[in-house]
Design a protein around this ligand. Sequence first.
Ligand code: PMV
Length: 316
Amino acid sequence: MPAYSASVPGKVILFGEHAVVYGQPALAVPVADVAAKVRIQPAPDLPRGEVLLTAPAVGLRDASLNSLPENDPLAKAVRLTLEAVGAHMPAARIWISSTIPVAAGLGSGAAVSVALVRAVSGFLGKPLPPQTVSAIAYEVEKIHHGTPSGIDNTVITYAKPVYFVRGEPIRTFSIAKPFTLVIADSGVPAPTAEAVADVRRAYQGEPKRYGALFAAIGRVVESARAAIVGGAVEDLGALMDENQRLLEQIGVSCPTLERLIAAAKQAGALGAKLSGGGRGGNMIALVPPQNPALAGAIAEALRAAGAVRTIVSLVK
Ligand code: PMV
């Protein structure tokens, strides 16, 4: 059995986070500038069935897969994959590495799950279809936060721009005119589970008000999709600003993100918003299509305003 590797991209949510949990559409795109990688090698030197896992980001070095708790995300991804392919794992070593910042809204958890499912099933000579890969990653996402919409595992599995509606079959969309985003990490850990739970509590307290905010976000998403598919990139800036205002009203923004958003706009971004769970994590800024060279200045302004890392990413 030869060694096998899988590499999958990160993602950003362009529009629609949080409202997507309540059935509104959202738009997300893969980010190929970062990736999660899994490599599996047979290990004839180990006892039968022994699988050792190395994942430096979570402090695992040659950890026996069987010693990990049942609800460990990595162990769960491997177990569900083995169930899906109907096979046992021969003795092997698994290495997991990722350049996707953790807890930053770039889909690091889902990307590691997808890479692991692909690598394990591929290693066993039984690659799984994307629906199954995505479904397993979704089950693992539930460990991180109880009610994920499924957008992360979907966009990362298909590695294509996705118009996502919870519970509906996947719909990809095409980008008529590529555009450039600057993605900036606020350095504040983004507790998606907490933000999602707080929004749920707030929604339960004021269902009418929150329902209206979610519906307004849904309308922004529809306009954004029309703009992207129609090549009207310059319209996206105002739509990002509008989505950000609605996210602030929902209570998932924070002063650090807002400082970065203001800095990006001052440096010439057409629009900017938080991306993902909020309260920290990443924000995205739109580089004017007629002046792509501004990307560098916007990234610099973001770092000067406190961003710990910036990625200039072409969305295509
Ligand atoms: O923080 P992220 O990138 O995993 O995104 C969370 C997106 C939410 O809409 C807030 C939650 C979800 O499950 O869709």
